[in-house]
Design a protein around this ligand. Structure first.
Ligand SMILES: Cc1ncc(COP(=O)(O)O)c(C=O)c1O
Length: 512
């Protein structure tokens, strides 16, 4: 191929005469036969920057594609009549901008750029119900995911830098000063009334009109999910779940001696209703347990009309839904998605959520709005816990009333969106060809599909030895699917350690 590559100079300070290339083989080798006669007309731009922008222009024009080797330092220096050190400086600049990468003894290559390709297809339904593997696998894996000595790509804990720690501490201090005996007494079974009032107001944002008396506070969403599942099942029953799904749900199913059946799930719109209908028509399903808004790990968001259809389907078959809305307040857009409970005239949805992802995971403040199962959930809460600590509930109630929660949420959503975008690009940049990832509409986790041969369980072990935590795909499936998938946490303070950790993971995956 012979051609004039670049006539318009981005800097307007160089006169380009022409560049001619000859393709010698089908791979990528281009021989530079004649370089432009370039005459700097101003000394305002350092020469190495000019050289860099010429190389960049050629990459942008497609002369050098991702993976291609760019001209060698020596060749470029000769052709442009500039020193070797000027070319080296230009390539180092391009390297720092992640445009090219140096490969030992081979030269500089164009880096793959742009976001990682999207996972296009929905998963498949399971054929059978399964008891969850009750080994310590999930415990071991999740413990290492929160190991403070590892770079925490594996946990889904929000980074405290983005949460209102100081403000909440002030409210907590004030509660203790103003109510010195509060934390020493048992709370009521339903929970602190001030908090339930604030939660009822907030649930309006999710389209749910629920009275404070219909709310039970719990130790995080986890306790709410457990209580609600217990309220509607008995040991041996089957629960339908998304595939992949949050491993905490699978743990709750295991703890209650239930069985799970995986239902095909779309990475954008959530559970496949046709598949769910086939399953519930074929066999007895005692409950459904779903994360319809920004589910973990897919980040999907079920559209309103599907939520409505889901409720109709479950009502027809008299199946209660345990709805986990832990990420509902974290959409990337301006509009908070409605909960499935918003479309539930028969009160068959047991809604669960918490402030763990938005305010303070360590406060362990969550709640259930269990609809027609309220009394059963209250009895179970009493028999399991009697009550939950009041001071943290009260501090959150006061924060919700006076602390600027909406402002905080706006900023948190913006931050998570930016971090997610960056993660999607870096994964596209550094992970092996064939890697794909979701495009979450909210939340802060990214589901990444690695090339088929990569074993994420092995990758987790290797990464831990290299100082990085990551969650392997099989923990998100009751049948151990998703062997070549990992989940990455984006709610981190971005910086060189995170980039380095991602490069380590990518390198280990590449080696496999
Ligand atoms: C979907 C989902 N639900 C619930 C939880 C746990 O919430 P909590 O800390 O309030 O128990 C998590 C935590 O990662 C989650 O991802």
């Amino acid at each position: 191929m012979v051609g004039i590559v670049s006539r318009n100079d981005p800097c307007q300070q160089i006169q380009t005469i022409g560049i001619v290339y000859i393709t010698v083989d089908t791979n990528w080798t281009l021989y530079l036969s004649k370089w432009a006669q370039t005459v700097p007309t101003s000394d305002r731009i350092p020469l190495y920057r000019d050289v860099a922008s010429r190389v960049l222009a050629m990459i942008d024009a497609g002369t050098f594609a991702p993976g291609d080797r760019v001209p060698s330092v020596r060749a470029l220096s000769r052709q442009l009549s500039v020193s070797i050190s000027t070319v080296l400086e230009a390539y180092r600049l391009l390297e720092s901008q992640r445009v090219v990468e140096a490969r030992p003894q081979s030269g500089y290559f164009v880096r793959p750029r742009g976001p990682v390709p999207e996972i296009p297809a929905r998963s498949k339904s399971g054929r059978r119900t399964v008891p969850i593997d009750s080994s310590d696998l999930i415990l071991n894996i999740t413990e290492s995911a929160t190991d403070p000595n590892l770079v925490a790509l594996g946990s889904a804990n929000p980074c405290l830098d983005y949460l209102p720690v100081a403000r909440l501490n002030r409210f907590l201090g004030r509660v203790i000063r103003e109510h010195p005996t509060l934390s020493h007494e048992y709370d009521s079974i339903s929970g602190v009334e001030e908090l339930r009032v604030m939660i009822a107001r907030r649930m309006l944002e999710a389209g749910c009109s629920v009275s404070p008396d219909a709310i039970v506070t719990t130790a995080g969403a986890t306790a709410a999910i457990q209580l609600c599942l217990r309220a509607v099942t008995k040991p041996g029953d089957t629960v339908a779940v998304e595939s992949p799904t949050y491993y905490g749900l699978l743990e709750a199913i295991d703890a209650l001696h239930l069985r799970a059946i995986e239902v095909a799930t779309c990475p954008e719109e959530g559970i496949d209703l046709d598949e769910l209908e086939k399953i519930v028509s074929r066999q007895r399903v005692a409950a459904c347990a779903l994360v319809p808004n920004h589910g973990n790990p897919l980040g999907h968001c079920m559209p309103d009309d599907k939520k409505r259809q889901l409720v109709e389907l479950l009502n027809t078959h008299d199946i209660p839904l345990v709805e986990d809305d832990a990420y509902g307040d974290l959409p990337f857009g301006n509009e908070r998605p409605r909960a499935v409970k918003a479309f539930d005239p028969d009160d068959r949805v047991l809604y669960c959520s918490s402030f763990s992802k938005t305010l303070a995971p360590g406060f362990r403040v969550g709640w259930a709005a269990p609809g027609r199962y309220l009394d059963r959930v209250k009895r179970l809460k009493f028999s399991s816990f009697i009550a939950t600590p009041s001071c943290t509930q009260m501090a959150i109630a006061q924060y919700l009333e006076h602390g600027g929660f909406d402002r905080h949420l706006r900023s948190l959503r913006r931050t998570y969106r930016e971090l997610m975008d960056r993660m999607i690009h870096v994964v596209g940049d550094v992970f092996p060809a064939g890697t794909r990832a979701t495009r979450p509409a909210g939340g802060h986790v990214l589901w990444v599909e690695l090339p088929e041969h990569v074993d994420s369980m092995l990758l987790r072990e290797q990464a831990a030895q290299a100082g990085v935590s990551v969650l392997p795909g099989p923990v998100f499936s009751p049948t151990g699917r998703y062997r070549n998938f990992i989940r990455l946490n984006c709610a981190l303070t971005w910086g060189p350690p995170i980039e380095h950790a991602l490069q380590t993971l990518a390198h280990l995956a590449q080696q496999q």
